[in-house]
Design a protein around this ligand. Structure first.
Ligand SMILES: NC(=O)c1ccc[n+]([C@@H]2O[C@H](COP(=O)([O-])OP(=O)(O)OC[C@H]3O[C@@H](n4cnc5c(N)ncnc54)[C@H](OP(=O)(O)O)[C@@H]3O)[C@@H](O)[C@H]2O)c1
Length: 385
């Protein structure tokens, strides 16, 4: 798609001023509706980040003319380069990024730029899985940035650090949205947050949080399914990261905190599917022993009559809160039992919903849906600015 920043088109856009603090720009003629300007800096342009940039550049013109939203991508950072252009970066971002020279600290340069120029309505979108980037959120907030993140690391930090970030966001009146941290593009976190803040009590959450484990257990033949899941890219390069249950535990932790529980990762009972003797060996040695893994899993739980095995993340809040992740036998006809392939499914029980949970089910991973969820966060944020 043709982008909006060519010289020939620039005159049709609102006057641009770096010094403007309001984030609104008058258009000419004065009768035209004023546009809300958002400046967007994207950190990470891999699978999710690349899809997000493509979606955003494709939709930008429609948002400008139909929603009065002027979204300007002003920076794109990877681990070794920062493309920075306050006039905006368009659909040719890949070519421009490839031509950007090496930088030893791209995100540091972005923060320096924002500290100096204070672009209004500056939104930093973190589409990395980097702990280093999550550790820089406080600097970004102090520089005046709102945060959107598919990276879940900051939300799994120890509680003191988790709370300090929220305090800082409040002090600086910045927003932080992370709908894609659990269930990718599925509308889960924002809805849970709304229920919690509206005073409903979430009594239980039960779900299939992991696409790779879902894929594994939606077939009867584990011995065949395990190498196939690895081969088809459903697991991490080291499948133990999925099989350990820790990814499910981190997602459960994020939801638990979202509904007001003061819990740490260590509070979660996690059943690992990795046999103890294969937990510390090399990836290569582990991959040679997949039949051992399948045998170990088969011995853990046998499905009851009319039931199927699922790796379930579960929290209950009545009495003492309890959080666990593990293999369970569930009725084949239940919502969790019916899920196939790598889809995710979440049952949410609340006081108001009673014994009938509301259920969210669909693709819980994948670049396009995750990027769409990140885009949704950006639009949600635009309504708050
Ligand atoms: N894929 C999914 O279905 C899915 C679903 C939900 C959530 N997520 C989350 O989305 C995030 C991105 O996943 P992905 O699959 O897109 O990862 P990816 O393809 O590996 O891309 C990661 C990107 O982050 C950049 N990056 C890494 N470290 C960086 C640093 N220190 N500074 C700046 N940039 C850095 C990488 O740049 P270089 O190439 O230069 O290192 C790359 O552009 C992850 O947090 C993941 O958990 C993914």
């Amino acid at each position: 798609m043709e982008h909006l920043y060519t010289q020939s088109r620039i005159s049709s856009l609102p006057t641009y001023s770096i010094g403007c603090r309001t984030g609104y720009y008058s258009t000419t003629p004065s009768s035209a509706v004023s546009k809300k300007v958002l400046h967007v800096a994207c950190i990470g342009h891999g699978t999710v980040g690349g899809a997000f940039l493509d979606q955003l550049t494709a939709q930008r013109q429609a948002l400008y003319s139909e929603e009065s939203l002027d979204i300007r991508i002003v920076a794109i950072a990877s681990s070794h380069a920062l493309l920075l252009d306050p006039k905006g970066i368009g659909a040719d971002w890949r070519r421009r990024k490839a031509e950007t020279p090496y930088s030893s600290d791209p995100v540091g340069s972005l923060i320096d730029y924002q500290r100096t120029h204070r672009l209004p309505n500056m939104v930093v979108v973190d589409n990395t899985a980097s702990a280093q980037i999550a550790a820089r959120y406080p600097e970004l907030v102090r520089a005046g940035c709102h945060l959107i993140s598919s990276n879940k690391i900051a939300n799994t930090h120890p509680l003191a650090q988790y709370r300090a970030l929220r305090q800082l966001l409040e002090t600086h009146r910045r927003h932080y949205l992370y709908e894609t941290n659990v269930g990718a593009g599925l509308p889960l976190i924002d809805h849970l947050h709304l229920l919690h803040t509206s005073g409903d009590q979430i009594t239980a959450i039960r779900g299939l949080f992991s696409g790779s484990l879902g894929y594994l257990f939606s077939t009867d033949d584990l011995i065949q399914a395990l190498p196939r899941a690895i081969h088809e890219g459903y697991t991490e390069p080291d499948p133990r990261l999925d099989l350990s249950g820790m990814d499910v535990a981190r997602k459960l932790l994020i939801l638990a905190r979202e509904v007001g529980l003061s819990v740490e990762l260590e509070d979660i009972e996690v059943q690992s599917l990795v046999p103890p003797h294969l937990r510390n060996c090399s990836v290569e040695a582990f991959l040679e022993k997949l039949p051992d893994v399948a045998a170990y899993i088969r011995e853990m739980v046998q499905p009851a009559e009319g039931e199927v095995l699922r790796y379930v993340g579960e929290l209950t809040t009545e009495g003492k809160p309890r959080l666990r992740c593990g293999l369970k036998s569930v009725p084949a006809e239940s919502s969790l039992g019916q899920v196939e392939g790598a889809d995710s499914c979440f049952e949410i029980y609340t006081r108001s919903y009673g014994v009938t949970p509301f259920v969210i089910r669909g693709a819980g991973a994948g670049a396009e849906v995750t990027a769409r969820g990140v885009f949704g966060d950006l639009l949600r944020l635009s309504t708050r600015l």
